[in-house]
Design a protein. Sequence first.
Length: 254
Amino acid sequence: MNSALPKAPTRAEALRYWWKLGWISFGGPAGQIAIMHRELVEQQRWISERRFLHALNYCMVLPGPEAQQLATYIGWLMHRTWGGIVAGALFVLPSLFVLIALSWIYMAYGDVPEVAGALYGVKPAVTAIVLHAAWRIGSRALTSPPLWAIAAAAFVAIYVFAVPFPAIVLAAGLLGALGGKIAPQQFASGGAHAAGDAAHPPAVIDDDTPTPPHARFRWPHLFVVVIIGLLLWLGSLGALVVIFGRDFLLRRGA
């Protein structure tokens, strides 16, 4: 395995990658995350596995689509605001076009036996992609018997007992916090690798890479981000009111 430090991606290279990912990200979040792990961590080595899994842990706790959040975060980490916007937008737009095309084919030709058979034939393939992705990411994130036990308990809780997802996440977090105090080695995400380690070749964003200036927390920056977010939200609502009227929004909210 090549142990030389990879070259940081240019904006053009990042743009091409996120554009390609938007067209091939089948299998839902699990498949999308597995594709990003294979290409960003193993092939391109733009980010180390430990940093990738660390970001994934946070994105899975946050509300919303974790795969898109992960792509947006990695794009932002590499190329600031431009990278985050490009990664987040291209993660969605190409797949939207694919969805529209497949929906049209299904509505127009869904009754044709050959077309119906092709669409149903995709189901087991997508299922296999999801299972392979879950195993691929799980085998790297679950590095000790206690972590496997928590994963198994969470599966039983949600599948057999229909425990609400937020309760499962909260319980797992509490168990992890307790386990981190009692047996920290069993609840670690994996130790940092040494430079030149054959099993963990260096990455552009490595385990010990300093946090870039734009990613460091600053109160003024947080204030600006919150204000911009509120303005975008209010602007979107205002545009809907202008186009459809206030009663339309009230009926939708009801």
